[in-house]
Each structure stands twice: as structure tokens, then as C-alpha cells.
Design a protein. Structure first.
Length: 278
């Protein structure tokens, strides 16, 4: 496995862990899920996601040092730790550890929100968009935060389909739907702004554009599933509350999570193996 492929794999794990853990923190607060089986499941997601993101951040930094000349080479160390990549890695490590400690000790330490913010802020410091200007970096952070909330909320809803009563589940789904309309819409708008900033006319069929097109197609599939849940399954759940509606909702949410994982894989390829400046 080449270092470039390894870097992309580690980026995928970093994105998945960061968005799952930070999103669980955001969604748990926004949806009011603190106790019961759904709340316990969220603690597990935060712990697993933060641990994965922290380990992937360490691996990503080691790969970057190796590509620059060596893990213990002074020039490589200075280039990484004194630049945006070092600051981003520091935020990822600090944010991951903060969420881990807060989750392991059952929220005794109020660090989970600060850790989630630090983790997501790292994506606006180092990367293609961050290299353009500060506003582009801020848009990346907002885009990542909205996507994280969506992913975290999906984990909550999937567990709720199993653990909650029909009345409790319907209340949670409706609360999610009210919030999701604005948050997902803002996420899509931020994504469009980033594309306009990174992709220049006239369009040329580059590896970056191919990977970007794949990401857009996958994101469209996730949005289509979300619309199906909202317009078809939620009314069925409200009218009947039958176990079949709960199972169908849980199944489509699981598919949404899987497709989001594919979106993050495309993002890792975009940020590791290709460049809009090629």
C-alpha cells in the first residue's frame, strides 16, 4: 500500500470518526436525548468515534512526516508542527481526547462540546479550501458541522427505532424533521459555495472533477433517502405505528449512514489523492 493510499484511508477514518462523535454530541443536545437506551448508545458512538478520529489523526500526521522526509527528521517536524497541518492535528488530538474523557466519565467533565467544536474546526485550517482564504475555511467548518449533526442524528434515530415506544419515536422523528430542513439546507448551500470556490471554468475532466462528481452523486442519493423518509415513512409511522413502519425507517436510516460513509470516502480521495489545482 502506497503512502498516498494509506493517507486517503486514514483521512476516511478520521472524517468518519470525527463526524460521528461530534455529530452525536450536537444531535444529543439538539434532540434532547440524554438518558435511556438511546442516550447510552450515543455515549458509545462518541467514545468509538472520538477514539477512531484520534488514532487516525496520529496516523495521518505520521504519514505526512514520512512523506516529507522522515518521522524524526527536523525539517519535516518543523514543516508540519509549525504550519496549518500541525495546528489541525493538535485540534484533532485535543478534541478527540476531550470527547473521549467526557464520554468515558459519563459527562462528568463538560468537555464534549468543546472537543466536538475543536475537532471540526481543524478541517477549516488545513486543506484545499482553507488554503484559499479564511471565509472558505469557515464555510468548510460550517459544512462539516451540519453534516456531523445529520450523521449523529441518524445514529440516534436508528437506535430509537428499536428502543423507544411508538409515541416517543414519532415525537423524536418530528423534532428531527423540523431541525433537519434548515440544517441540511444550509449544509447543501455551503457545499455549493465550496464547489464554486474550488472548481474553475472552463471545466476539464481531471481526477479531482471525477471524484467530486462521484461525491455529489452519492450526496444526492443520501438526500433522496432523507426525502423518502420524510414524505413516505414518517406519515406511515404516524398513521399506523406498526412494527413494519419502524423496521422500514430503521432500514433506510442504516442505508443513509452507509451512503454517507461512501461520501466521506470520496471526500478522503478528494483531499488526499487529487487536487483542484492539478
Amino acid at each position: 500500500m502506497t503512502l498516498e493510499v494509506l493517507a486517503a484511508l486514514l483521512k476516511w477514518l478520521l472524517y468518519g470518526g470525527a463526524l460521528a462523535s461530534a455529530g452525536a454530541v450536537f444531535a444529543r443536545m439538539a434532540l434532547g436525548v440524554q438518558a435511556g437506551e438511546a442516550g447510552t448508545a450515543m455515549c458509545r458512538i462518541i467514545t468509538a468515534g472520538a477514539g477512531l478520529a484520534t488514532a487516525a489523526a496520529v496516523g495521518t500526521t505520521l504519514v505526512l512526516l514520512t512523506r516529507l522526509g522522515g518521522i524524526f527528521e527536523s525539517g519535516a517536524l518543523a514543516a508540519v508542527w509549525l504550519g496549518p497541518a500541525g495546528l489541525a492535528a493538535g485540534l484533532q488530538l485535543g478534541g478527540g481526547l476531550a470527547m473521549l474523557l467526557s464520554s468515558i466519565f459519563n459527562g462528568r467533565f463538560g468537555w464534549s462540546l468543546a472537543g466536538a467544536v475543536a475537532m471540526l474546526a481543524s478541517f477549516g485550517i488545513s486543506g484545499h479550501a482553507a488554503s484559499l482564504n479564511v471565509p472558505s475555511g469557515l464555510i468548510v467548518v460550517f459544512h462539516a458541522a451540519a453534516a456531523a449533526w445529520w450523521l449523529g442524528a441518524l445514529f440516534i434515530l436508528r437506535r430509537a427505532c428499536i428502543a423507544l415506544s411508538n409515541v416517543e419515536l414519532l415525537c423524536l422523528v418530528r423534532r428531527f424533521s423540523r431541525l433537519a430542513e434548515g440544517i441540511i439546507g444550509a449544509m447543501v448551500a455551503a457545499g455549493v459555495l465550496l464547489i464554486l470556490a474550488l472548481v474553475k471554468l472552463p471545466l476539464e475532466l481531471t481526477p479531482y472533477l471525477v471524484a467530486l462528481s462521484a461525491k455529489i452523486a452519492l450526496a444526492g442519493a443520501v438526500l433522496a433517502l432523507a426525502v423518502y423518509n420524510r414524505l413516505s415513512l414518517t406519515p406511515k409511522l404516524a398513521s399506523s405505528g406498526h412494527a413494519a413502519a419502524r423496521r422500514a425507517l430503521g432500514l433506510t436510516i442504516g442505508i443513509e449512514i452507509a451512503v454517507i460513509a461512501a461520501v466521506l470516502a470520496a471526500t478522503a480521495i478528494l483531499t488526499s489523492l487529487t487536487s483542484p489545482h492539478q
